[in-house]
Design a protein around this ligand. Structure first.
Ligand code: NAD
Ligand code: MG
Length: 388
């Protein structure tokens, strides 16, 4: 039997929750994957530790004040060290890897991912904000450069897995499941007092700070609706969200004959990460298995749109399109940052996003420069509203 060639991986955001789990997956399969590029924002110590273990060709640290520290620590190795945001894009275009795992958080992931697509690299996409901000341009570029964009987000991985073998069959609708986050069932009078520590405690998933807050406000599900629209070419009315607190059904696809496929498993991001890295193959692993006898019931409910208004705002942006999802995302990033710094209340995040969406001029078909400008404008407006 022919053994497949080793896939050369670049992990953008290697020190984060997704990045570190991806390295665990890769460490378990050295016959399938090699690590060629690692990048992070500022966690130089973990980056160096990872580089010493995985011997990548290149590391990039965005915070250039840390450059010398990383350079010195890796002086005895063959790893090349780059620093600064521009280096993320330069390295993304280099012929040193085959697939980028896009696991930077937020808008910062957009430019490197676009650079990778334009260089013809396959993308395993965790960074949903890339599609929220400029999904039309990113997916068009992927089409032009014949680049596969394989979702890592568990819901989208589920939908993707349900669609394997269904290329000729149109989707009637997708059902995106949501755990509901740590405040499921809570009302405004409770949420008004919520602080950073509560919001960071997610019942089913252990994730980075930003996405944990987004899960608590349900903004995450709104961003995922927009992500689904671009990944699977859907109309807004084809995307339904259901609260499913057990997080066993990761999402579902309903076809034109009414048949529904679901992808299921325990909530463990290593599975969708491994699937995206190894696609189209499934790879044996030792992850815990799902035992349905431990789940007496699986519940599915309508989200509480009145309490979790971020989801309503995101649906508004999804329906209106143009630069509105980009503005929503930028305002949300600023609001979440301020909330994490205890400078903004939990419910006030929604007010900031709503007001920013009203104030930034609407552009129906933005080009990439206009997306960048809308992002900047929304950030400034949101920061002014919070008086940062
Ligand atoms: P995280 O905060 O744990 O890690 C983020 C990574 O990005 C770190 O390596 C950090 O150094 C890097 N980074 C942050 N800001 C940067 C900047 N300005 N420039 C360059 N690098 C920067 O985040 P995470 O939870 O791993 O999430 C990463 C992405 O994956 C997000 O878009 C998130 O929505 C998505 N995602 C995460 C999960 C999860 O379980 N964590 C699940 C689904 C999707
Ligand atoms: Mg998700």
């Amino acid at each position: 039997m022919n053994t497949p060639p080793v896939k050369r991986i670049a992990i953008y955001g290697s020190t984060g929750s997704i990045g570190t789990q991806a390295l665990e997956v890769i460490a378990a399969h050295p016959d399938l994957f090699s690590v060629e590029v690692l990048t992070c924002n500022g966690n130089d110590e973990l980056l160096v530790e990872q580089a010493l273990k995985f011997c990548p060709n290149i590391v990039v640290i965005t915070d250039d004040s840390k450059y010398m520290k990383v350079k010195d620590a890796l002086a005895a190795t063959d790893t090349k060290v780059f620093a600064g945001a521009a280096a993320l894009e330069e390295v993304a275009a280099m012929d040193v890897y085959d697939l980028m795992l896009a696991a930077i958080v937020g808008y910062a992931g957009l430019k490197p991912t676009l650079a990778a697509i334009r260089a013809g690299k396959a993308i395993a996409l965790a960074n949903k904000e890339t599609l929220v901000v400029a999904g039309d341009i990113v997916m068009q570029a992927a089409l032009e450069h014949r680049v596969p964009v394989i979702p890592v987000d568990s819901e989208h991985s589920a939908i993707f897995q349900c669609l394997v073998g269904e290329a000729r069959n149109p989707i009637e609708k997708v059902i995106l499941t949501a755990s509901g986050g740590p405040f499921l069932g809570r009302k405004t009078n409770y949420l008004v007092n919520v602080k950073r520590e509560h919001a960071l405690q997610h019942p089913n998933w252990n994730m980075g700070a930003k996405i944990s807050v987004d899960s608590a406000t349900l903004m995450n599900k709104g961003l995922e609706m927009i992500e689904a629209k671009w990944l699977f070419n859907l109309k807004p009315e084809q995307i339904q969200v259901l609260i499913h607190p057990q997080s066993v059904v990761h999402s579902m696809v309903q076809f034109e004959d009414g048949s529904i496929k679901a992808q299921m498993g325990l909530p463990d991001m290593k599975l969708p990460i491994q699937y995206a890295l190894a696609f189209p193959n499934r790879v044996r692993n030792a992850f815990p298995r799902c035992d349905f006898r431990k789940f007496n019931t699986l519940n599915f409910d309508e989200p509480d749109y009145r309490t979790f208004r971020n989801l309503t705002l995101a649906i508004d942006a999804l329906k209106k399109g143009g630069n509105l999802p980009c503005v929503l995302n930028a305002a949300n990033e600023i609001a979440v940052w301020a909330f994490l710094k205890n400078k903004l209340g939990f419910l006030e995040m929604t007010d900031v996003i709503e007001e920013t969406m009203q104030k930034v001029p609407f552009i129906e078909r933005p080009n990439i420069e206009e997306y960048y400008a809308s992002d900047g404008e929304a950030r400034h407006l949101a920061a002014d509203l919070i008086k940062l």
